[in-house]
Design a protein around this ligand. Structure first.
Ligand code: FE2
Length: 201
């Protein structure tokens, strides 16, 4: 696959919030109710069994995860090497500590995350398609509909991340429970704890 667009952003939040929001479906209905929620993710699979410094989870949905529903354009053909269930879902991956990837049916996108301080994060988003998709005569005509989906998601996530950061830094903030709908958020927190606590703790 080849990267066809890479853009950089800055958001006023801790880098871990950014990683968390990428790795769970839980916020779609609330944060992306008018955009990405229309992708209609089913309940995602349990977290994959992985060995090493990464964690992944697959979830099924209709069509591609890279387009807003009702857009009129049904998307490019699926990636040629996919088969079975992989043709109807997206796998999200976190490579610790701060690199996340979404591999969908027709494309993939990834974020490099660069902490700038406790409350500021710079990140870059890259979008990739298979070479044979990029070579299509209608690629330039339709790729913009993919960018619309990504741009909508980024605007909505950045806004909620900055509100979440403000909430967390309030003197009234208290820790909350994790939901079963965000298992990787828990695993990520555990990974951080394993790194910052010594064995005696
Ligand atoms: Fe989001």
């Amino acid at each position: 696959m080849r990267c066809i667009r890479r853009r950089q952003y800055e958001v006023a939040c801790n880098w871990k919030l950014f990683i968390e929001v990428f790795m769970e479906w839980y916020h779609l209905k609330a944060v992306h109710s008018n955009s990405l929620d229309s992708i209609k993710y089913d309940h995602p699979d349990p977290v994959d069994k992985t060995k090493g410094q990464y964690v992944t989870q697959f979830g099924t949905h209709e069509g591609t995860g890279a387009l807003l529903k009702g857009h009129g354009h049904t998307g490019f053909p699926p990636i040629a090497t996919l088969s079975g269930r992989l043709l109807s879902g997206t796998r999200y991956a976190l490579v610790y500590p701060a690199f996340v990837v979404a591999a969908s049916t027709d494309s993939m996108w990834y974020f490099e995350c660069y902490p700038q301080g406790p409350d500021r994060t710079r990140y870059a988003m890259s979008v990739c398609f298979p070479e044979n998709t990029i070579a299509r005569p209608d690629f330039q005509e339709h790729v913009g509909t993919y960018f619309e989906r990504f741009d909508a998601g980024i605007v909505e996530d950045n806004a909620i991340l900055e509100r979440q950061q403000a909430g967390l830094t309030s003197p009234l903030a208290r820790a909350g429970r994790l939901s079963p709908l965000e298992p990787i958020v828990g695993l990520f927190a555990q990974w951080i704890l394993d790194g910052v606590l010594d064995d005696a703790n």
